[in-house]
Design a binder for this molecule. Sequence first.
Ligand code: PLP
Length: 361
Amino acid sequence: TYNFCAGPAMLPAAVMQQAQAELLDWNGQGVSVMEVSHRSKEFIALTEQAEADLRELMSIPDNYHVLFMHGGGRGQFAAVVNNFLGNDGRALYLVDGSWSIAAAEEAIKLVGEQNVDVLNIVEKDNNISRVVVPNLSGIEQDYRYLHYCPNETVDGIEIFDELDSPWPIVADMSSNIMSRDIDVSRFGLIYAGAQKNIGPSGLSIVIVKDELLALPQLPQASIMDYRLAVKHDSMYNTPPTFAWYLAAEVFKWLKGKGGIAEMAKLNTQKAQALYQFIDSNDFYETRVAKANRSQMNVTFYLKDESLNEQFITQAKEAGLVALKGHRSVGGMRASIYNAMPIEGVEALVRFMRDFAEKISR
Ligand code: PLP
């Protein structure tokens, strides 16, 4: 079975096998990793290795902290606001799809409309969505940060260009973290819910520049406080230990695969195979401009949408699951994160070709 679920998503088979083999006896302890103290030296060693591996994989500079927190992606929607806006701060939210809207809405809920500016950056032309980022330096406003989502999981829109921002950039990389190389030093904070390229849901990874921790904070739940998380090595309370362990295994797996640069080549190859096929016939279409087609979440439509149910059912029978698009946008979505092998994409293209031929006959 190839699982195209947008999240929680497929994990690398090798990692799952390893986890299965160690489930009842981790690290020679005679118990599961879920059952050992997070303060034991064995578990601390795991967390140190996980951080070191992540730092190496993403070339994270020393003036950035790496945090393993609770609360997934949405937890960070709130944490960013509470940690950075204080009583008098203002933020700018760029909107390129459903998740950046949700992040902006959370900010508005917490600090009010007067403190959150929202800027739509998607233009639609003939039903094709394209990202157009205005000149941000031309905006005369002192924002604490600019928030954006470089990969919109639901819409299949990705922003590949680096933004030029006069304010620290906060990026929700939940669905494209570690899919390609990025320059961490261009960001103030990067966060990601783990359940796409990292591990099980619930965990979130936060990479934050040291100087941002000096910003005035709003009163907030202690477990979402970045300064406390830094001070306590992400263990202010009991962390999601099993998720952390699996994340550590995924980082090792990624290193074994040659790191992010190698993964990026594969991701480009997978996405191109799928988009090229979609472009090559009249049966399917995408509704995203070429420059913004996500390498992680390929959204596409059958031109005759009355065939949708048939497509989903037959795909499932062929071992290709979770292809239904998000309910808000319809159509289909193939999420092809790091763990999806090229063979999965090839199987999908074969199925799509056969399906189209059968119907057209
Ligand atoms: N941001 C993005 C880009 C996402 O894709 C998602 C979930 O799919 C979230 C945020 C929300 O994450 P969570 O469900 O972990 O809160």
